[in-house]
Design a protein around this ligand. Structure first.
Ligand code: VAH
Length: 325
């Protein structure tokens, strides 16, 4: 890959094989040109993501700095992280991966003068936070290791901006729904699993209570939000790490009803997993995203009906034999 000034990568994506990266990488390549976006992951997912790709452990500070420097990277989308359920099963590993990789990326960005997008999550709030209309600026005392790493990550990113003038920006993502990549180890994975189950079995056993309300977002909106925030005029940003964004207020019962309108007869039974229910109950039910709207023009485009239609259409097409598509 060529260095600074050449036609090589300018953008580095870590954790590119994950749920967000699987759609962000193609979107960035469509925007900038394939060769300008270097996808990296600790696993070799090049066959799925395409070139340019590099196997990179983003907790390895030296490897991250070398990759940024040798490619003349000017923007890093840092997506590598263990999600909430996995982080509760392996808290020490989650601390090491989530924060160790973030420090490596921030140090590489500081040395290279690169900008950094580092997603946070509604998991950065805890049970002491107002759960309805959760303000942009409010108490953040999460009770999960994932949430601890997200709050610490927000503070680290703001510190690197204040102390070293690194252009860091982030978004507190809600639960994300995607048909491209399976989610892994998240509390909100039920929302994706329900679509797959409706088409494969016609029934789903849900691990959260039917009335568990959480903010959710369709992945194309989440990807566009990251791109729009990174293109926002820095002079307009009063906040940086990280912005509340909202799109769909969702419960398992509402999603089941929406899917049943598209897949008649779809049935859901509820077998609550106390651990995952406790995580979901510690998170906001609905956040206030007025700061994102006013500071960089955030507007969701997908509501529940539009998301459900697209998810069913894409997953149905994939389920059909190629000859019948
Ligand atoms: C999780 N999908 O479930 C992630 C997300 C708000 C939830 O951060 O852990």
């Amino acid at each position: 890959m060529t260095g600074a000034g050449g036609a090589g990568p300018r953008v580095l994506v870590t954790g590119a094989g994950g749920q967000i990266g699987s759609e962000l990488v193609p979107a960035l390549r469509a925007q900038l040109g394939d060769g300008r976006v270097l996808a990296t992951d600790v696993k070799d997912v090049e066959t799925r993501l395409g070139a340019p790709f590099l196997v990179l452990d983003s907790t390895d500070g030296g490897a991250v700095a070398d990759t940024v420097r040798s490619n003349g990277i000017d923007t890093i989308y840092h997506l590598a992280a263990l999600l909430s359920v996995t982080a509760e099963e392996r808290p020490q590993a989650a601390y090491s991966v989530n924060l160790g990789s973030l420090v490596a990326v921030l140090e590489a960005a500081r040395e290279a003068g690169a900008r950094v997008f580092a997603p946070s999550s509604i998991a950065a709030f805890g049970p002491g936070t107002p759960r309805e209309g959760t303000p942009q600026d409010t108490i953040q005392r999460p009770t999960t290791m994932y949430g601890v790493t997200k709050v610490a990550g927000e503070l680290l990113c703001d510190y690197y901006h204040r102390k070293f003038e690194v252009d860091t920006r982030g978004i507190r993502y809600p639960g994300l729904v995607s048909h491209v990549a399976e989610p892994g180890g998240g509390t909100t994975d039920y929302a994706v699993d329900m679509f797959h189950a409706a088409l494969s079995d016609g029934r789903y056993r849900c691990y959260l209570r039917p009335d568990t309300q959480l903010d959710m977002m369709y992945m194309p909106d989440a990807v566009r939000a990251a791109q729009e925030l990174m293109h926002a005029d820095p002079a307009r940003l009063r906040h940086r790490n990280a912005f509340n964004v909202s799109a769909i207020r969702l419960t398992p019962a509402r999603l089941a009803t929406e899917i049943r309108a598209l897949v008649p007869g779809f049935e859901v039974e509820y077998d609550v997993d106390e651990g995952r229910q406790a995580i979901a109950d510690s998170w906001p039910r609905a956040v206030d995203d007025s700061a994102a709207c006013s500071e960089w023009g955030w507007r969701a485009r997908y509501d529940l009906t539009a998301m459900a239609r697209e998810m069913i259409a894409h997953l149905s097409a994939r389920a059909q034999p190629v000859g019948e598509r």
